[in-house]
Design a protein around this ligand. Structure first.
Ligand code: C2E
Ligand code: CA
Ligand code: CA
Ligand code: CA
Length: 277
């Protein structure tokens, strides 16, 4: 009994944070969110390391949840994929992004707009027709639109996916291989798909200037991009040291919190003005 009293009185030397499990949402909630327009695109700038020019933005979707506030994609994208909602989600994101690209253009900002495409979107040729139509309706040239594909998803039966990507490339949409270095089939995919852009995963960028292992992978990815004539993008650029490494090694584009966190569409023009000053 004395022991029990001791145990219940025991307090840790430092307060333990209450454990808060990451909430995973149900397919029904996500379906409703898509339908009710509760998903909001954020846009993170991609800038030229050599010149500082703002080349484009990457679309990153969030959910403005009435109770939980801002909900991040890792809490709902995989559920959407598993429950057949990813086509609706992607179409919503694409429509908003392409319409926004046109608005920025009309305001005098020529930006490439990147959108994340799930491998589950690439199962029917309808996807290709849909993207082409959305771009045409928005009045945006395909050269201004970038589809980012995560390489770790580039697996399984690839014939249809390859066909869709190849057709989109022939229409002059830009293709980007995302999170490079983290998947299993990266090198094989580079042989099969004519990517325009290679994004070095943030795990090999931040602190690569001081960690030898990260640096070797970063250098190899950059060399590969150059030799295959792809534009190189480093993501997860968090501080000046990261930026300096990109500059010294000749990486084309930088993306990360050192440049800007993801912003709302209406914040982009003001951000560009401040950035260029
Ligand atoms: P991603 O495509 O690799 O996007 C980059 C992620 O890194 C974003 O997380 C971004 O907010 C975050 N990030 C940006 N700068 C920094 C930095 O300096 N440091 C660190 N540590 N992180 C940074 P986010 O927005 O939470 O998105 C996570 C993932 O969700 C994305 O990874 C992408 O794979 C997926 N995703 C986002 N939007 C969509 C979408 O519309 N459709 C699909 N299918 N996937 C999406
Ligand atoms: Ca991406
Ligand atoms: Ca990425
Ligand atoms: Ca990622």
């Amino acid at each position: 009994e004395a022991m029990l009293a001791l145990l219940t009185q025991w307090a840790p030397p430092v307060p333990i944070k209450p454990f808060k499990a990451k909430k995973i949402y149900s397919a029904e909630e996500i379906r409703a969110a898509i339908k009710e327009g509760a998903l909001v695109n954020y846009y993170q700038p991609k800038v030229s390391v050599a010149s500082g020019t703002v080349v484009g933005v990457e679309t990153l979707v969030r959910w403005h949840h009435p109770k939980d506030g801002l909900v991040f994609p890792n809490q709902f994208i995989h559920v959407a994929e598993e429950h057949g909602l990813i086509n609706d989600l992607t179409q919503f994101v694409l429509l908003q992004a392409f319409t926004q690209a046109k608005k920025w253009q009309q305001e005098g900002f020529e930006l490439r707009v990147s959108v994340n495409v799930s491998m589950d979107n690439l199962t029917s040729l309808d996807f290709q027709d849909h993207v082409v139509k959305l771009a045409a309706d928005a009045g945006i040239l395909p050269q201004k639109l970038v589809l980012e594909i995560t390489e770790s998803q580039l697996m399984g039966d690839m014939r249809v996916s390859l066909e869709i990507l190849t057709r989109l490339r022939l229409k002059r949409f830009r293709l980007s291989i995302d999170d490079f270095g983290t998947g299993h089939s990266s090198l094989a995919q580079l042989r099969d798909i004519p990517f325009d852009e290679l994004k070095i995963d943030q795990g090999f960028v931040h602190r690569a200037w001081k960690d030898e292992t990260l640096r070797v992978i970063y250098d190899a990815s950059l060399a590969l991009a150059k030799q295959l004539n792809m534009e190189s993008v480093a993501e997860g650029v968090e501080d000046r040291d990261d930026w300096e490494l990109l500059r010294r090694t000749g990486c084309d584009l930088a993306q990360g919190n050192f440049v800007s966190k993801p912003l709302l569409a209406e914040e982009i023009p003001e951000w560009i003005k401040v950035w260029l000053n």
